[in-house]
Design a protein around this ligand. Sequence first.
Ligand SMILES: C[S@@+](CC[C@H](N)C(=O)[O-])C[C@H]1O[C@@H](n2cnc3c(N)ncnc32)[C@H](O)[C@@H]1O
Length: 301
Amino acid sequence: MTKKRKRDDGGSSLLAANTDIGQHFLRNPEIVKGIVDRAKVCASDTVLEVGPGTGNLTVKLLEVAKKVVAVEMDRRMVREVQKRVEGDPRRHRLEVIQGDVLKTALPYFDVCVANLPYQISSAFLFKLLAHRPFFRSAVVMFQEEFAMRLSARPGDKLYCRLSVNTQLLAKIQQLIKVGRNNFRPPPKVDSRVVRIELRNPPPPINFVEWDGLIKLAFNRKNKLLHSIFTTKAVLLQLETSWKTYAALKQGNNCCEAPDIKGLVDGVLDNDRFKGQRPAKMDIEDFLALLAAFNQAGLHFT
Ligand SMILES: C[S@@+](CC[C@H](N)C(=O)[O-])C[C@H]1O[C@@H](n2cnc3c(N)ncnc32)[C@H](O)[C@@H]1O
């Protein structure tokens, strides 16, 4: 095997992959090129790369970006990626931060590119979705099922809390399916690369309260919910509130976004609904709730 082939295969063969922290290195240069092409990096862009590993994506990103800031947890990989760009005239455009990306304040970036360690998929995704100022887009590789959940629509088997919350905050586009044999060592499942673009402006809600409602709605085993969550009443309240909010916003009157938790608590406390035969909140009811949000101007597509 030639020296170059070793590099394409994930860097120095002396470095053992630590799969406990998601080390599965891309060994197919075509996939590396496909990811970098789809990231649509401009010559003036700063790219945030999460988990550069042995630098397979990093060296290609340096060919197209003004700057690459890479965050890598494993000190061995930090040394490896730095060694890999030694002698490269573009090495001054690479900054490697050693640390856990979940505990690191994200630097300024225009585009994020990551073959993400799967253990941190959800935590990093929501860190990204909460990141301001706006970045242009993120092109990220996830486990296949996780990626499909991100863009699942009502009625799909994979539609879940993750789908609703992600689509509330971002637009998701499925890009490339990547079979497990494109990695060294191969993971147990296939992967997919997706594009993530933040919605701008972000929806005017308190995300923690919203997520509380979505969590209740998807937790179908929650007896308490089934017995007290009178769907139609909540629906009506929320719809009215969103319509009022949308109308005030259109008229440029400053208005606070509706307090979702307050609304739900208000409905549950309301004497009018006490003792009423409980309505079951099943997935159909929940979809009706989402449809009401759509009608009231909060869109999920
Ligand atoms: C799937 S590998 C990708 C390596 C390389 N980008 C590639 O495509 O060949 C994930 C990388 O993320 C690193 N990593 C794991 N957890 C991390 C964390 N919490 N913060 C930063 N890097 C992490 C691993 O050490 C590993 O290098």
